[in-house]
Design a protein around this ligand. Sequence first.
Ligand SMILES: *Cc1c(COP(=O)(O)O)cnc(C)c1O
Length: 423
Amino acid sequence: MELYNLKHPDQTVSFSQAVRQGLGRDRGLFFPSSLPKLDNVDELLAMPFVDRSVAILNAWLGDELGEETVASLVRDAFTFDAPLAQVCDRQYCLELFHGPTLAFKDFGARFLARVLSHLAGEESLTILTATSGDTGAAVADAFYGLDNIKVVILYPEGRISSLQEKMFCTLGGNIQTLSVAGSFDDCQSLVKLAFEDEPLKQAIGLNSANSINIARLLAQICYYFEAVAQLPEERRHQAVISVPSGNFGNLTAGLLAKAMGLPVKRFIAATNSNDTVPRYLSNGQWEVRPTVATRSNAMDVSAPNNWPRVEALCQAKGWSLAQLEGVAVSEAECETQLTALHKGGYLSEPHAAVASRALSLSLNPEECGIFLGTAHPAKFKESVDELLGLDLPLPEALAQAAVKPLLSEFLANSFEELRAKLL
Ligand SMILES: *Cc1c(COP(=O)(O)O)cnc(C)c1O
């Protein structure tokens, strides 16, 4: 597989290089030089999720990593299902929250972890990342127990919920968690300093595993096929998929699935009040406003970092951006939709409710809607309990973590101390 830098098209790299480097020159995103097309989509849709995912990822990676290797990485990463739940007559939810940390990020993070571990071989790597809560859990869990990779996670002391802290600070083993006397921005600055320290980088094989990594995106293509595979066959060609979006990695993966030949009539880019993309799609002006806090906080992003990939993909396929519908959903609409879904017998959470609301606004009579359920309702227990008058029980994974002791160490807000710890 060859990829090129969207900012400097003359810079081309292999998949392995793209995974190791993350970003290209001038922080440009890597994008595939060619897009594979599958000629046996109906056959693939009849296959079980994991076998089909092996075939999909082999179309991208088989030539570089070898088909057997890809198969074993996929089988090891995708150990949970993505069921399609019918929510009402014309809406389905693709539930992506049945993985170990109860959010769709498990798919991408688990695949990336196994790819990196494979590429590192005998070499040892250190993943260094800062978290304000949720990504820490997905990354820690995904890399837990991989013996050539050490993970160091920084988070602001006392500024994440205690349940969030329990989810990634109780693992031990190759996962080291540092509670920093400072803010999330301080944690990010420390990480940045580490990546600028060339001798340190070389000494410990530093890598960031962040969300623009191409390995994560490719893994996410697989569950779009799973969504369409579970639709009744007569509805297959009328599918409209609504994606609750923040950094737009998820939507990019959906468009890549369509580029490979998956029948999807159209996509909806659903956002909360952080609506840079819906405004851009309607008036052509890219205007980034200050980020506002909402209940769907994983989507509180006003400068989405994957957007250049969406544009590059549309250009490569000759698709007009106008085919993509942007829908911004207000906080009040999100709350109303969450309540309406619950009245109809479906328990959801704010991110999925935004996507469901966008479908309700946009679906034509002959179409069939799918929205992505990106997180388990209990992960947003506070909002869900308050809006629906419930006291949601904690799922097994959360309940188990909640009673384990914290293993974090304290770290002053000092790069020298961090550097010493890393070495
Ligand atoms: C990360 C996240 C999103 C946004 O996904 P992007 O790929 O950044 O657009 C939506 N919902 C939840 C629950 C998330 O954690």
